[in-house]
Each structure stands twice: as structure tokens, then as C-alpha cells.
Ligand binder design. Structure first.
Ligand code: GRG
Length: 324
């Protein structure tokens, strides 16, 4: 097993060989740009790590890992367009730097580039990877649509919200890990269990993302802190705050989530205060831990050595404590 930093550097090195000058530059420059912004490379790291956990060289999993990262970056470009987000990874979003149509088309190209990377595998592995990828991509679309639908609803429940983040975010984390297992040709039980591990970790990861969006450090978070509040996004924090609050605070929260002031400072600060005083901030932390623990329970069912389980557990703990 190798360190996360080592896996990250394999991915960066591989990305350098992947980026060759192609025409039209107007299509490929935004692709190179978003990939150059880095990010944590969480998903491809998990693909490489899982491949090694199930006994194959992580080099064999590089194409699958890159496919996952390309897909993730494609979805970020499109998500930023949908959200009209100005910043991604602390830099201008693709549609801000170029324009919306460029963002759409370069994103589409990335999705196709991702599929093509599976062509490097033998037919059986190719088939398994492509099948998982298509299923996952459709679920991500469904998750995104639920997210958009929720913007127009006042009655979103916590289970509905959890389902939405499972689809929008967590299934890709599960798939990233299962891809490593597929490349390593482990048995189907291991493949299913590692998917469940990744999915639960992915739900914890998205809840942490919600938490950091409100309470993260603006210098390290890479996105506008308070972005979800400004956009009136009914995240886990909001739903819990509504559930826990007395009528008067509920009314204030609902009012704040119905306005779009030019100066957002007061709105962000008041909402954050209500998240804390209602107990929603603490409940979100607890739920992050619950989903991380759920992932750890799955570890017991995996047929791998204890030291490999320790590596996975360590990774989960780091994610739970992250601040970027
Ligand atoms: C699948 C065909 C198809 C369309 C995509 C736009 C869209 C539909 C889905 C959006 C999915 C999305 C952006 C979910 C959010 C996931 C998330 C938590 C992103 C942040 O991930 P990090 O923190 O980012 O890993 P870095 O920058 O570290 O890579």
C-alpha cells in the first residue's frame, strides 16, 4: 500500500501525459484548465488504492481512475453553470472564464473522453467498467435533478435529502472504489462490499461538504463560504434547523431563505447562528460520524487483511475531519 500523496502524484503525472495539444484549442483548453486546478483527487485516489487493496498494481487502474476524475470534473463544470457559481477550487469557473456554451461542450467532451479510457481494458473488464459507469452517471443525473426539484419545494424530508446526496455524490465514490476492485478482478462479494463502503463514505463526505459550505474557512475551502445560504439551498443543516427550531426561528429561517439581498453578510451570519443555536450544526456532525461508522461496519465483511482495513479506516477518518 502507498500513501495518499503518492497516489495523487501518480494521477498528476498521468494527467500530464494525457494532456496533449489538440484542436480546436477552444474545446480542449477549458478541459486542461479545470484539470490544472487540482482538487483533492479523492475519487481517483480511491480507485488506485482499491486496486492495490485487492491485489493488483495501481498502475493497471490508472485509466479507470482518470476516467472517474474526468467525469467528476465534467460534472463540476456543468454544475457550476447550473448554479451560476463564480468560483471553483478558488479560481474562476469555466463558464466565467470562457462562456456557458464552451462550458457545456468542453464538459461533454470530458464525459466522452472518460468513456474512451475504458477501451484500454480487456473486453470483460471493459464491459464491467462501462456498465457501472453508465449506471452511476444516470444516478448522478437523477441526484442533480432531485436537487433542482427540491429548490421549488418546501416539504423536502430528511430521508429525501439523504437519497438525493446519495445519488448526486455518493454513488460516484462507491463506483470509484468498485472500479479499482473490477480492475483487480476480485470476487463479486468484495466488489459489492467495497461499493457500499464508498457509498456510505460518500454520504458522509457530502454532509461534510454541506457543513463546510457554512462553517468552512474561506481561505482553504476553495468555494465561496455561505454559497448554499446565499442560494437558499435547503441542505441537511437547513432541514435539521427547521426540524429543531421553535415557530419563531422557523419563520425567520424561512424568511431568510425567501430573500436575495445584495449584501449577504447579515443573512449568512444570522442563518449560521440559527444553525448553531438550533442544534443543527451539531446534528450534522453526528450524522457525518454515523455514515462514516456505517462505512466502517462494511469493512468487517471484506475479505482483506487487517492492515488493509486499517488503511481504509484511516482514510475515512481523515475525510471526516477534513476542512477543504
Ligand atoms: C452525469 C450526464 C451527467 C450529468 C451531470 C451537473 C450534474 C449532472 C451533476 C452534478 C454533480 C455534482 C457536481 C455533485 C457535487 C459533488 C461534490 C461533493 C463535489 C465536490 O467534490 P470535491 O470536494 O472537489 O471532491 P475537488 O475540487 O476536491 O475535486
Amino acid at each position: 500500500m502507498q500513501s495518499v500523496t503518492q497516489y495523487q502524484s501518480y494521477i498528476s503525472d498521468y494527467l500530464k501525459t494525457f494532456k496533449n495539444a489538440k484542436e480546436p484549442q477552444t474545446l480542449y483548453e477549458p478541459v486542461a484548465y479545470i484539470l490544472s486546478l487540482g482538487g483533492k483527487r479523492l475519487r481517483p485516489v480511491l480507485t488506485l488504492m482499491t486496486a492495490e487493496i485487492f491485489g493488483t498494481s495501481c498502475q493497471r487502474a490508472l485509466d479507470a481512475a482518470l476516467a472517474v476524475e474526468l467525469f467528476h470534473n465534467f460534472s463540476l463544470i456543468h454544475d457550476d453553470i447550473m448554479d451560476a457559481a463564480p468560483l471553483r477550487r478558488g479560481k474562476q469557473t469555466v463558464h466565467e472564464k470562457w462562456n456557458t456554451n464552451t462550458g457545456i461542450l468542453s464538459g461533454d467532451a470530458m464525459l466522452i473522453m472518460a468513456y474512451r479510457l475504458f477501451e484500454t481494458y480487456e473486453p470483460e473488464t471493459f464491459h464491467e467498467l462501462a456498465k457501472l459507469f453508465s449506471k452511476t452517471a444516470l444516478e448522478v443525473c437523477e441526484g442533480q435533478q432531485y436537487d433542482m426539484d427540491f429548490e421549488n419545494r418546501d416539504d423536502v424530508t430528511i430521508p429525501e435529502y439523504l437519497k438525493m446526496i446519495e445519488y448526486k455524490t455518493a454513488v460516484l465514490v462507491g463506483a470509484a472504489m468498485q472500479m479499482g476492485a473490477i480492475v483487480a478482478k476480485t470476487d463479486s462479494e468484495n466488489k459489492n462490499h467495497i461499493y457500499q463502503f464508498g457509498k456510505n463514505l460518500g454520504i458522509a463526505f457530502q454532509l461534510q461538504d454541506d457543513y463546510l459550505d457554512a462553517f468552512g474557512n474561506p481561505e482553504t475551502f476553495g468555494k465561496r463560504v455561505g454559497g448554499d445560504i446565499i442560494e437558499n439551498k435547503k441542505t441537511y443543516l437547513y432541514l435539521k434547523a427547521i426540524a429543531f427550531s421553535k415557530a419563531i426561528d422557523q419563520q425567520e429561517l424561512k424568511h431568510l431563505y425567501s430573500i436575495n439581498p445584495t449584501d449577504t453578510t447579515h443573512k449568512i451570519n444570522t442563518v449560521k447562528q440559527l444553525f448553531i443555536s438550533s442544534g443543527a450544526a451539531e446534528a450534522t456532525k453526528t450524522e457525518i460520524k454515523n455514515y462514516t461508522d456505517k462505512a466502517f461496519e462494511v469493512l468487517d465483511t471484506l475479505r482483506i487483511s487487517d492492515d488493509k482495513k486499517t488503511v481504509l479506516r484511516q482514510f475515512g477518518k481523515q475525510l471526516m475531519d477534513r476542512n477543504v
